[in-house]
Design a protein around this ligand. Structure first.
Ligand SMILES: Cc1cc2nc3c(=O)[nH]c(=O)nc-3n(C[C@H](O)[C@H](O)[C@H](O)COP(=O)(O)O)c2cc1C
Ligand code: SF4
Length: 673
């Protein structure tokens, strides 16, 4: 008896049978080469997802008019016949593992920059800049529009030749097709603008053209934003009409998404959005049509996914970042092993905000292999097990323990707190941050299962570690908050954001938070929501500049909505028992009265143990914040890379002597990050 029977019922799009109801929606990876061709890294990335049991893969944006229509510099392309062979290799690799694959045909229109289009001015239905990127596009002529329609049709024919099971037209997220559909971006007065009929002419001509060219048995899925969440844009009522028109023109399924760049968090939610929050859009569209409908948006757990299908709210669920974080999610769900799923925490850091949107290869905070499947195939079992001590049970230490134990080594993990998790135990406290805990829940479950010997409440020291007679020590002792050298910093009214969030310190009703980075801002918000009168003081010009851009946008909006006072360009000179003395850029003094001060000005590595052990001749590897305080993605990646390299070196040479220790090793790691 399987636990999620509805999720694993066979589905169908057009005449194509799909082994279950799980779809991997299109997600740009930047793994194509600079010409937009399929690469081995891309094939490995998609093959892993097919192997993990997904029913249907929709490839990332695939440009029909490169580079004019690129949204990212290395966008995948199908703009001429030379690309077909590469796509065919990708298709074969996916189909070998039982998944179906269609490709998402795309043109960015105005939502791009000249960096991505290699110097070309972006084009659009009307010469109105997208408010997010602010690049003024050139208005397309009627002749150019007809040309682009032809490009979509020819691209679909190439996709057919390459062996794809169908195509998806990217009519969502404010790209060219969506730009034509929406009054937010289309102000044309000719045949391709105006009322619904005019705005729908462009997508419908493409759709009908593909059907004419490739035939009815080749499925065409249409991705739409059923609500653009911008004033003057498409909303659900109009989207329902659009859905019916698309169905009548031959669409075989509707992939119901939302948002445009100007409402980015409704395309790419941040951590605070609840699971499945926008399934109602698909559910409403489903009531209008008889073709299958795909729902998307923060669907992370099999229980939620099963509920959507069981309640007939959608025919398929699209698991985007969910499958970046864990390609094996479908098979794990099928086998009922939900505790083994590495859940996406919806941080946006390493997949989109700081990677794909910056024209870098895709990565993942919680899954260090994502985008690097070619470099890091499965961990192999050791032939000569060794004994490692890992000091510190934060994410870096736990990830290292996981890799070493998977390879078959004996691992003893020593943690001085009564609980595993390190700084994540505090990071999950501010509003909307609870999903971050999933990262350590997974690691904890896995290291338990693998038999890692966990010693809580254990403060490790050099004597103890030497006495354990281990082969090497992994120092993952983390960081401590930086205490700035300000008069009054040791007053009893002063604490750190870490102590506050860990519940080790109670503050009064008026607080100054010193430091307006991500942690300072989140702490300010946390306090404000608990009724405290807060002022955040930041030396620099901007708040939360260390936060990933989409999450930063949401955080700043939350600060504004919650009326949190934040002052930039202000330097704290002295902390007094009843307030803070600060100066602005013109050296004008300000007095900020408060009952307590919370410091949030960064962290310093804690690694004295590493130095002591090295002096005693013990082999030591320093990872995570103990090496350099950074973010969760760096900590997990560091734990993984270090442990992986140990296992590799060991299997190659039966010794990890080739590893340079300490400084030079750290430098190498910097390059690898
Ligand atoms: C790295 C990344 C790249 C994306 N690229 C595309 C894309 O190429 N085409 C598209 O329609 N949506 C794209 N999306 C949006 C996803 O398809 C999906 O709708 C979104 O991530 C929400 O679903 P999720 O919460 O399951 O991730 C992208 C998302 C991510 C995270
Ligand atoms: S980087 Fe963050 S949001 Fe992206 S897939 Fe990984 S955990 Fe999810």
């Amino acid at each position: 008896m399987i636990r999620f029977p509805n999720l694993f019922k066979e589905g169908q799009i057009g005449h194509t049978a799909i082994r279950n109801r799980i779809v991997m929606p299109p997600m740009g990876t930047n793994l194509a080469n600079e010409n937009g061709a399929v690469t081995p890294a891309m094939i490995h990335y998609y093959r892993e997802r097919a192997k993990g049991g997904v029913g249907l893969i929709i490839t990332e944006i695939n440009c029909v008019d490169a580079p004019q229509g690129n949204a990212i510099a290395n966008e995948l392309s199908i703009a001429d016949d030379s690309y077909i062979a590469g796509h065919n290799e990708l298709v074969e690799a996916v189909k070998e593992h039982g998944a179906k694959i269609i490709t998402q045909l795309h043109h960015a229109g105005r939502q791009t920059t000249s960096e991505n289009t290699y110097g070309l001015q972006p084009v659009a239905p009307s010469a109105i800049p997208d408010p997010y990127l602010q690049v003024v596009p050139r208005e397309l002529t009627a002749g150019e529009i007809e040309n682009i329609i032809e490009m979509f049709i020819k691209a679909a024919a190439r996709a057919h030749n390459a062996g794809y099971d169908g195509v998806e037209l990217h009519g969502a997220h404010g790209y060219l097709i969506g730009q034509f559909m929406s009054p937010f971006s289309n102000r044309r007065t000719d045949l391709y603008g105006g009322d619904l009929t005019g705005r729908m002419r462009f997508p419908l001509e493409i759709l009908r053209g593909i059907k004419r060219e490739v035939g009815n048995s080749f499925p065409v899925v249409f991705r739409m934003s059923a609500d653009e969440f911008v004033e003057g844009g498409v909303h659900l009522d109009e989207a329902k009409h659009m859905a019916r028109l698309l169905q009548d023109a031959g669409a075989d399924a509707l992939d119901v998404s939302s948002g445009v760049y100007a409402s980015m968090p409704t395309i790419l939610e941040t951590m605070g959005y609840p699971e499945g929050w926008r399934v109602y859009l698909a559910e409403n569209i489903k009531k209008e049509v008889h073709i299958p409908v795909i729902a998307v948006g923060v669907i992370r757990s099999p229980e939620v996914a099963e509920g959507i299908i069981a309640d007939n709210r959608a025919d398929f669920v699209a698991l985007g970042r969910t499958l970046i974080a864990d390609p094996e999610w479908p098979f794990k769900a099928l086998e009922g092993r939900t505790e083994d799923i590495r859940k996406c925490i919806t941080c946006n850091i390493w997949c989109i905000g700081e990677r794909v949107f910056r024209n870098l290869h895709i990565r993942c905070t919680v899954n260090p292999v994502a985008g690097r499947e070619l470099e890091y195939p499965q961990i192999t079992s050791t032939l000569s097990p060794m004994h490692f001590a890992v000091v510190g049970g934060g994410p870096a230490g736990m990830e290292a323990a996981l890799v070493l134990a998977t390879a078959g080594h004996r691992v003893s993990l020593l943690e001085r707190q009564s609980e595993l998790g390190g700084q994540i135990l505090m990071a999950c406290v501010p509003p909307g941050k609870d999903k971050i805990r999933w990262s350590i829940d997974y690691l904890q479950t896995q290291i338990h299962k693998l038999g890692v010997e966990i010693h809580l409440n254990t403060e490790a020291n050099a004597d103890m570690l030497q006495g354990m007679n281990v082969d090497a020590v992994i120092v993952a002792t983390g960081a401590a908050p930086l205490i700035p050298n300000i008069p009054g910093v040791n007053n009893p009214t002063v604490t750190t954001a870490w102590d506050l969030l860990a519940g080790r310190y109670e503050v009064g009703n008026r607080v100054v938070v010193v430091g307006g980075g991500n942690v300072g801002c989140e702490t300010g918000l946390y306090l404000k929501q608990r009724g405290v009168d807060v002022t955040i003081v930041e030396m620099g010009d901007d708040l939360a500049i260390d936060e990933e851009p989409i999450s930063r946008q949401v955080l700043l909006e939350e600060l504004r909505k919650n009326d949190v006072c934040a002052i930039t360009g202000l330097n704290v000179l002295e902390i007094k028992p009843d307030g803070v003395v600060a100066v602005d850029r013109e050296w004008r003094e300000q007095w900020l009265p408060c009952t307590h001060v919370v410091l949030s000005v960064g962290a310093r590595p804690l690694n004295h143990l590493a130095e002591e052990l090295t002096q005693r001749g013990v082999r030591v590897f320093v990872i995570g914040d103990a090496k350099q305080p950074r973010r969760l993605n760096n900590a997990i990646s560091d734990g993984f890379l270090t442990a992986h390299r140990i296992t590799q070196a060991e299997s190659l040479a039966r010794s990890y002597r080739p590893f340079p220790v300490q400084q030079s090793y750290w430098e190498q790691e910097q390059l690898l990050q």
